[in-house]
Design a protein around this ligand. Structure first.
Ligand code: DOR
Ligand code: ZN
Length: 405
């Protein structure tokens, strides 16, 4: 397969250039860069397949909200070739048996590289640590591609409040060479504690879904002396404020919550100056019935896989917060690096995980067309620029846009 005379952003940090990309057997065989060639005017650009380190596929246990098949379809439609599933399922992802079952079913579906994180504690009950070593040895697709059976450890959905247990998690993660992804709640308090514990243990801590200006400040300061801290934010934190909650109720209810204009601005600054390494979606599907309840009773979370690129392109690139290559870095190479995955850059000899984006596209978000089972988005009807038109995972198409509107 050849992508002829296409614009390429390879993810290495260099700027766009015209190129032809030749792929065979799932691998990029040859890239011919056309120096001095006229830049194609179509707006279609090949970029490394996106990697989402924070999704909830609800499988097993809550498959009325999402399952491995529907979540994988949504990921491919969003341009993602790898996703990392959070463990707050039922049962929680806390054993090699549950991990192996998810891995087997994800491979059968075959739309996306589906990796999983272990819960910190059995049943996420906060009493007994899960057996991380056994899960790390489990022969999953993640292990084939990264050397680790799981792509990290997290208690996402809540924080592990017992400080000594958190220390034990970090010591175990450090020994195994795994990243600890940290749902910090209350956000700045737990971030402060866990920066201290990461300093003490040397473990790699990754703060999930950063939403507050004070957290950005903490991470920025920590990075000056610590190589072992990274963080992510999600599109809703750089596009919306608590005003959306007043307007949309449950559709704008998530954890951590939408905050002030000052916080939103700080998230943009953190993205621009490199304090925030990664953009993840926190794709959190819920049923319409659940989200139709009064705002106090509705569950936390919004879906994000099929809106992520367009929102980021519209609200970060079009506004000058990031260049397009910088955005692609935060959606591909940086998250790949975080989980030890040797992808995220289009280069000869490596897997052909490639997403085609159309930066000239102008449209509105239409949640009725989503592959996800979830419709819980605050972005329906919102005008955006840019979209994903095709996704290739190891050279095979996993998504292609149908209509050519
Ligand atoms: O909004 C959220 N939804 N935040 C979380 O931490 C968990 C997630 C979910 O599982 O629904
Ligand atoms: Zn979380």
């Amino acid at each position: 397969m050849v992508l002829e005379n296409i614009m390429l952003i390879d993810g290495s940090g260099r700027g766009p250039c015209a190129a032809s990309i030749c792929c065979a057997d799932g691998v990029v065989k040859k890239i011919e860069r056309k120096t001095g060639a006229a830049i194609a005017e179509s707006g279609i650009i090949a970029v490394p397949g996106f990697v989402d380190v924070h999704v909830h596929f609800r499988d097993p246990g809550f498959t009325e909200k999402e399952d491995i098949a529907s979540g994988s379809e949504a990921a491919a439609a969003g341009g993602f070739t790898t996703v990392c599933c959070m463990p707050n399922t039922n049962p929680a992802l806390h054993s090699p048996e549950i991990l192996a079952d998810i891995d087997r079913r994800a491979r059968e579906t075959g739309r996306v590289n589906l990796f999983a994180l272990s819960a910190m504690t059995v049943g996420q009950a906060g009493r007994e640590l899960a057996n991380f070593a056994a899960m790390d040895r489990t022969p999953t697709l993640c292990r084939e591609l990264t050397g680790h059976g799981i792509c990290g450890i997290t208690e996402d959905g809540k924080s592990l409040l017992n400080e000594d247990m958190m220390r034990q998690v970090l010591i175990a993660a450090k020994r195994l060479g795994l990243v600890v992804m940290d749902h910090a709640e209350p956000e700045t308090e737990i971030t402060e504690r866990d920066i201290r514990l990461a300093r003490e243990t040397g473990a790699h801590i990754h703060i999930q879904h950063v939403s507050a200006a004070a957290t950005v400040d903490l991470v920025r300061a920590a990075k000056k002396t610590m190589p072992n801290i990274t963080c992510e934010t999600a599109p809703h934190y750089f596009t919306l404020t608590s005003e959306a909650l007043d307007r949309l109720g449950p559709l704008a209810k998530m954890n951590p919550p939408l905050r002030t204009e000052r916080d939103r601005e700080a998230i943009r600054e953190g993205l621009a100056d490199g304090t925030i390494d990664v953009i993840a979606t926190d794709h959190a599907p819920h049923t319409l019935a659940e989200k139709s309840r009064p705002v106090d009773e509705a569950p936390f979370g919004i879906i994000g896989l099929e809106t992520c690129f367009a929102l980021a392109y519209t609200h970060l690139v079009k506004t000058g917060v990031l260049t397009l290559p910088q955005l692609i870095e935060k959606m591909s190479a940086a998250p790949a690096r975080l989980i030890g995955l040797d992808r995220g850059i289009i280069t000869e000899g490596k897997a052909a995980d490639i997403t085609l984006i159309d930066t000239a596209y102008e449209g509105v978000i239409d949640s009725s067309a989503f592959r996800s089972k979830g419709r819980n988005t605050p972005f329906d009807g919102m005008p955006v620029s840019g979209r994903v038109i095709k996704t290739l995972r190891a050279g095979a198409a996993t998504f292609e846009v149908k209509e050519n509107a």
